[in-house]
Design a binder for this molecule. Structure first.
Ligand SMILES: [Zn+2]
Length: 138
């Protein structure tokens, strides 16, 4: 399976490097791309949703299987990749989260009401940004 094959099933795809893309995640309501895709050069494709969807959920949403993404003969080789994405891609993928933090801060600064839902979403944004840090290389 090629990355093009996968990418043709996604929306708002943006190529960020020779073997990297950002796209809207098909497994959650994604308005600005938070799914990073990387082609590893040995037929494997790495997927990471910065909102926390699992690769399985992403594949289910577009009707693909793990076997197609990771050819079986290659599963035993290759260690899991640590910090596989460049900072620019990661920042772009979590940009919606930073916007949510800024908007909530602005409401607080203007003495507007903050609902329990707003606080919970703020907490989720902080968690997603912290988790994203672990995916940055360099
Ligand atoms: Zn997702």
């Amino acid at each position: 399976m090629t990355a093009e094959n996968l990418i043709s099933r996604l929306t708002k795809v943006k190529k960020t490097g020779p073997d990297r893309w950002l796209a809207c995640c098909p497994a959650h309501d994604d308005k600005s791309p938070s799914l990073a895709i990387k082609e590893l050069g040995d037929q494997r494709i790495l997927l990471h949703c910065f909102a926390g969807c699992s690769p399985q959920e992403i594949l289910d949403a577009i009707g693909l299987t793990f076997d197609e993404l990771f050819p079986e003969k290659l599963m035993d080789h290759g260690k899991p990749l640590r910090k596989p994405f460049p900072a620019a891609d990661v920042l772009e993928a979590v940009s919606t989260e930073t916007l949510i933090v800024a908007m909530t801060a602005s409401r607080l600064a203007n003495d507007k009401d903050i609902t329990v839902g707003d606080w919970q979403r703020l907490h989720v944004a902080a968690q997603r940004i912290m988790a994203a840090r672990d995916m940055v290389n360099g």
